[in-house]
Write a protein that binds this ligand. Sequence first.
Ligand SMILES: [Cu+2]
Length: 118
Amino acid sequence: MKKLHFILAPVALVALITMPAVAADKPNMAGMKMDAPQTTAGKVHKAQGIVNSVDIKGAEVNLSHEAIPSLNWPKMTMSFKVSDKQGLAMLKLGQHVDFELSEKDKGQYVVTKITPAK
Ligand SMILES: [Cu+2]
């Protein structure tokens, strides 16, 4: 009986060591998936601004936009790439607009929707 206990003990020890490691792996993986939406990539930010210039060919618009709290951006004047070609074609200089932007590449924000302000 004593010899049998000696043989079983290391097996039980290995099981004890490996089992919690396997169990701990799952909550970590779930945590990573839950963190994914926290990154700004793909997130839609809503903002307002005034149209300064439109470059249809280059698919760009220059806007003086209001502060964008979801991005922690102050109000400023800047150019954006625009994926909403239809919206871009409708814009008039000096027009107040509502727009949505989204980070396509790191630090590269693209206007995905732009419409006259309501
Ligand atoms: Cu800006």
